[in-house]
Design a protein around this ligand. Structure first.
Ligand SMILES: [Zn+2]
Ligand SMILES: [Zn+2]
Length: 918
């Protein structure tokens, strides 16, 4: 029946079918991080990047699109995390295939193409396929006969296989209001052997039933209404089609396997894990849950990091950290205790990197991040798990079943144990975690520590307040359908009525001095942080009487069309409805603009001097400095940095005009604009070019810029360093910041010159001379010290030389002396005792004894040998030595036996004399 196809081939055949058979445009997957939509933590469906098209606020150059979208369902309303690993079908990350009509074709075409692809191209038997259509169980919305009829006429379709279902299964809504419509699903009957409830009394296999025999393959959504209220639908003029087919699912069907993990999309990762554990096939099967979790989470983590979401404490970054740690813990359950996830992720990159090149491009970043996060987790996890086990044992002994939220939070804050792992471990012992309590403790921690950023919300919670306010304002005509107008480009001042004041997440009608409030105006000229440029600050004041003032300290854009000022009431009592003037802090903004334009010049210069590979990997544009991260494998040399700085300043002095144009994305790219990887762009982009007649800088950018590069003044690099493997960071200042830096440094230089009593230009030579002088002085001191020691030693020689049967012997330790000094001392000894003399001196260096011994020439003829003596004393101390007959040196290990060694010298002399008396 079906052809043997790989997962990658199935994905490609889907796309090719819609391109070649049906004239669709292929649209690459958008990032897992939804652009400009803070209500969503992750892209969770194919339609996310087309949402604005359905809402009518965005237009595309095409009306038919096909894509394979990267999706994550791991937080918020759609959270499949709990099921991942327990079954064969749920994933945190997955791919969604879809074809789209934006006011173009409709049900008849969509259904015919779906049928042709499944039955003709992929050869699924028509008699095993079923279709479901919409019949309203409430009775308000007409039955979808149009779709049902389209199904019945498909070649080979059994009319009795077209079924009707109600709102739960077959009606799709984006939100409580907005675009919606009936949907039609295609189900595959995989046959009785796939039923997981075989033989259970009362069970019947059926479409939308409760067993695994029928598989929902593909959902075709027909958007034909706009919902205005729970009871009010209006027909849309332009009707749309939005279809979704999970890639993993269709691949499992076409490869005829009963688990997504048995498809070639995921089995290679499972095999890597088996290789790492050395398990037999039976052992792999017995540990299937850890295998599935590690496979799923490694794939998700690789895709997340490729989209710039690295492990961290907040929001998306927290999710990345959590899934890596969860995978690491499941690894430890099957004996994988060393960092191993990068090996699994490398297989992900190998299998997915052709279709998703961002994986290959970011390979080393992905692998490094995984390894680092695993090591970080391993350092604390044992303590955390031990503490948790104790807590759980206590609970059980007290007959309790729920771990308090504060305890779970404490485990996270202290040991880095994410809530999800604590919950996993608790569940393994049939216990629960108070998750609401966890979130409460997290909020309290945030309040107490003021660390809003460290443990921020997981996203989207505060948006509802604004949504209610905005819808209310829109109904009353105070706000346009697009929401707040945000134009930071033309003016630094705007006037309008206060639409809403929000305090502590609640809408209020008036505020008083000291209140921290959020203010909604119909229009604002404040820039909202985006593309690395930080938000504007400023004031909002009353336009008339009574007077009041709000200091604006930050901006936020919780969702499309919502732009909110965040500030504190300085004076007076602002009320909703008051006419207000919003003013951006102009000086601060000009500083920011200088820094932003400078980043474009820097980007150009980096590519010119380091090469085309030096691409932007992140940036921060603040009033006092700019930071620019870029890909480059090694440190930038001082010489290169000087050339980069000089080049940027040359282009500042060139005083080029900035040309700002709005044009279609495709045109801008064709003309050579640099699009930032991972950034979401609309169809119409803002294109900034610098340089005449041919622009040397050409970027897509929504930031605010100076008019001419000369406005930047001067550009100075303050540092260059590494942020991650293969990523460098340059920090720099411009304009006022650069002037302040120069002033600070010049002041310091003047002070140095004053101290040196010279002119600033002479300070290097003068400093050099001073350093040489200092060096000489140090040498003299060392010399005098050794002379002093020698003279003390000479005194000591007079008193402490012993006579051993006619041999003059001196032994002693000289604290702090090195071997050189000791040798010089033995010379002094031999000057005083030119014949019949033996000397052994010891010292200690870093806990290790050293010896120098000398013997007069006449004794050598009598069988004395300095090297032999050195060995003789060093051996008991675990050391060895050697040298000439008259001078030798030795080292040992155990300084505690030094005195004993010195005391043994008379015996050695005696033994020599015994052999051959003098
Ligand atoms: Zn069944
Ligand atoms: Zn920019």
């Amino acid at each position: 029946m079906t052809r043997k196809l790989t997962g990658a081939q199935i994905r490609q055949e889907f796309i090719d079918f819609f391109i070649h058979q049906a004239g669709h445009t292929f649209v690459p997957s958008s990032s897992l991080v939804p652009g400009g939509d803070q209500t969503l933590l992750f892209t969770n469906a194919g339609m996310v990047q087309f949402k604005d098209v359905f809402l009518g606020t965005d237009k595309r150059l095409y009306t038919r699109a096909v894509n394979s979208q990267k999706c994550m369902r791991v937080a918020g309303k759609h959270n499949d995390l709990d099921d991942v690993g327990r079954d064969d079908t749920h994933h945190t990350f997955f791919e969604m295939l879809g074809n789209w009509s934006f006011g173009d074709y409709y049900k008849k075409e969509a259904i015919a193409w779906a049928w042709e692809l499944l039955t003709v191209v992929w050869g699924l038997p028509p008699q095993q396929l079923w279709a479901t259509c919409f019949r309203d169980d409430i009775g308000d919305v007409p039955q979808d006969d149009e779709a049902a009829e389209a199904w019945r006429v498909q070649p080979g379709m059994d009319p009795s296989h077209v079924l009707f279902f109600g709102r739960k299964d077959n009606f799709w809504e984006m939100a409580e209001t907005g675009p919606c419509g009936p949907c039609s699903e295609i189900h595959l009957d995989r046959g009785p052997k796939y039923c997981n409830r075989q033989g259970q009394p009362g069970h019947t296999c059926r479409v939308n039933g409760d067993c695994t025999r029928f598989l929902e393959l593909w959902n075709l959504v027909f958007i034909q209404y706009n919902r205005r209220s729970p009871t009010e639908l209006e027909p849309l003029l332009a009707k749309h089609v939005d279809t979704g087919m999970g890639l993993e699912r269709i691949v499992s069907a076409l490869q005829d396997v009963d688990s997504n993990y048995k498809t070639d999309l995921l089995s290679p990762m499972m095999d890597v894990i088996q290789r790492l554990t050395g398990h037999s096939d039976a052992e792999r099967l017995a540990n299937i849950t850890p295998y599935r979790v590690i496979t799923d989470h490694s794939r998700a983590a690789a895709f997340l990091i490729a989209d710039g979401v690295v492990p961290g404490n907040v929001g998306r970054n927290y999710v990345c950290r959590m899934i890596i740690r969860r995978a690491a813990r499941f690894g430890s359950k099957i004996g994988l205790n060393e960092p191993f996830l990068s090996a699994v992720a490398d297989e992900v990159i190998a299998h997915y990197g052709d279709f998703y090149p961002e994986l290959k491009r970011n390979r080393s970043i992905i692998l490094d991040n995984l390894k680092r996060e695993e090591i970080r987790f391993q350092r604390t996890v044992e303590g955390g798990v031990a503490k948790l086990e104790n807590l759980l044992n206590q609970l059980k002994s007290q007959g309790e079943r729920v771990l308090p939220g504060e305890e779970a939070f404490d485990l996270y804050a202290t040991y880095g144990l994410p809530l999800e792992i604590t919950r996993d471990i608790a569940r393994e012992q049939n216990l629960e975690v108070d998750e609401a309590g966890f979130r409460l403790a997290m909020d309290q921690h945030r309040l107490v520590s003021g660390a809003g950023e460290a443990f921020g919300p997981l996203g989207g919670e505060e948006v509802d307040v604004y949504r209610v306010v905005m819808e209310d304002m829109q109904k009353r005509g105070l706000l346009g359908p697009q929401g707040v107008v945000n134009d930071p480009y033309h003016s630094l001042e705007v006037e309008g009525p206060v639409l809403a004041l929000v305090k502590d997440g609640r809408s209020i009608s008036n505020a008083k001095p000291g209140d921290r409030v959020e203010i909604l105006l119909p229009e604002t000229c404040f820039y909202v942080e985006s593309g690395g440029q930080i938000s504007d600050t400023g004031t909002i004041t009353s336009a008339g009487k009574p007077e009041w003032e709000i200091q604006v300290v930050d901006m936020s854009k919780p969702a499309a069309g919502m732009v909110v000022h965040i500030g504190e009431v300085r004076s007076g009592q602002p009320k909703t409805g008051d006419q207000a003037i919003a003013r951006v802090d102009a000086q601060r903004r000009r500083d920011i603009m200088r820094n932003h334009t400078a980043t474009h010049l820097l980007h150009h210069e980096l590519r010119l001097i380091l090469g085309e590979h030096a691409r932007q990997a992140g940036s921060l544009v603040a009033p006092d400095r700019l930071r620019f991260d870029f890909t480059h494998p090694e440190a930038v040399t001082t010489e290169q940095l000087e050339r980069i700085e000089a080049g940027v300043n040359r282009n500042i002095q060139g005083n080029y005009r900035l040309n700002i144009a709005f044009k279609p994305l495709q045109q801008a790219i064709t003309e050579g604009a640099t699009a930032l990887f991972g950034e979401k762009y609309g169809e119409i982009v803002r294109n900034i070019t610098i340089g005449e007649p041919e622009p040397f800088s050409n970027e897509l950018c929504g930031g605010t810029h100076v008019d001419e590069t000369g406005d930047i003044g001067i550009f100075l690099i303050t540092s260059e360093g590494s942020v991650a493997a293969g990523i460098r960071r340059i920090e720099a200042v411009t304009g006022r910041g650069a002037y302040e830096l120069v002033q600070r440094r010049s002041r310091a230089l003047k002070q140095v010159a004053n101290l040196l009593v010279t002119a600033p230009e002479e300070t290097p030579a003068k400093t050099q001379a001073l350093l040489e002088e200092l060096d000489n002085a140090r040498k003299q001191i060392a010399d005098m010290r050794s002379r002093l020691a020698a003279s003390n030693f000479t005194l000591d020689l007079g008193n402490n030389v012993q006579n051993i049967s006619g041999v003059h012997m001196y032994t002693g330790t000289v604290a702090g002396a090195d071997a050189d000094t000791l040798r010089q001392m033995t010379d002094l000894f031999r000057q005083q005792y030119p014949t019949k003399g033996v000397i052994l001196l010891a010292s200690e260096s870093e806990g290790h004894p050293i010896f120098v011994t000398a013997i007069t020439q006449d004794l050598v003829g009598s069988g004395f040998h300095a090297g032999e003596l050195a060995k003789f004393v060093a051996q008991p101390l675990g050391g060895s030595g050697g040298g000439r007959p008259t001078l030798a040196q030795a080292g040992g290990k155990d300084a505690s036996k030094l005195e004993e060694a010195l005391a043994s010298v008379p015996d050695w002399i005696q033994s020599k004399l015994g052999k051959k008396p003098l």
